[in-house]
Write a protein that binds this ligand. Structure first.
Ligand SMILES: CC(C)(COP(=O)(O)OP(=O)(O)OC[C@H]1O[C@@H](n2cnc3c(N)ncnc32)[C@H](O)[C@@H]1OP(=O)(O)O)[C@@H](O)C(=O)NCCC(=O)NCCS
Length: 166
């Protein structure tokens, strides 16, 4: 079991340090080292994380196992001013993957979505990430492919997935 807590602004360095450990393991076979570093800087610099928390209304949840922080989830309620919750981040340390914790984090996002009268949960996943199958197993459905130019000649080759809340 994992315990979940809402991260405060002072805890954003925990998320940054978990990302630095999880990202190379997740994307090492999919993206170049340069792109991983570029994306980590873009999405996980403290300035960027603080902006996500304080201006973009992203809620950050830290997951801990036996009092050790092992992963995080971030989501945004009423994303794009629609009744949709967007999951922006869901990451667990490699040693804690495959233990049902990801399912638990999705369950938390679902609970929040229901409490906030949301119609759907949406997310983007790299098309080549094996997390894709995990999401399908949780009931998400393919919506469309989305190539996002993130600058410096780098591209995110994503699929958009959605889970209907009913
Ligand atoms: C993706 C991630 C959050 C999933 O969490 P997890 O704890 O490893 O997955 P769970 O143990 O909760 O798995 C839940 C179910 O999905 C299945 N599943 C998990 N990964 C799977 C995969 N790659 N292919 C098929 N099924 C998978 C499990 O078998 C399990 O099935 P069950 O309910 O029948 O037992 C986690 O593996 C992770 O952090 N991966 C690296 C980071 C990442 O890619 N994040 C997503 C970025 S978009």
């Amino acid at each position: 079991m994992i315990s979940l807590r809402k991260a405060t602004i002072n805890e954003l360095p925990i998320i940054q340090s978990l990302a630095k450990e999880i990202w190379p393991a997740t994307f090492g076979q999919i993206l170049s080292q340069e792109q991983i570093e570029y994306m980590l800087d873009m999405m996980y610099s403290l300035t960027s994380l603080e902006k996500q928390l304080t201006e973009l209304n992203h809620v950050f949840i830290i997951a801990s196992e036996a009092d050790i922080d092992v992963g995080y989830l971030s989501y945004e309620i009423n994303s794009k001013n629609k009744s949709e919750t967007k999951i922006h981040k869901i990451y667990l340390l490699p040693t804690t993957q495959g233990k049902g914790y990801g399912k638990q984090l999705i369950g938390h996002a679902k609970k929040v979505a229901i409490e906030n009268f949301q119609t759907d949960i949406t997310l983007n996943v790299n098309k080549f990430n094996k997390a894709y199958e995990f999401y399908l197993k949780q009931g998400f459905e393919f919506v469309k492919n989305e190539n996002i130019d993130i600058g410096n000649g780098f591209l995110m080759e994503d699929a958009v997935l959605s889970l209907s809340i009913s």
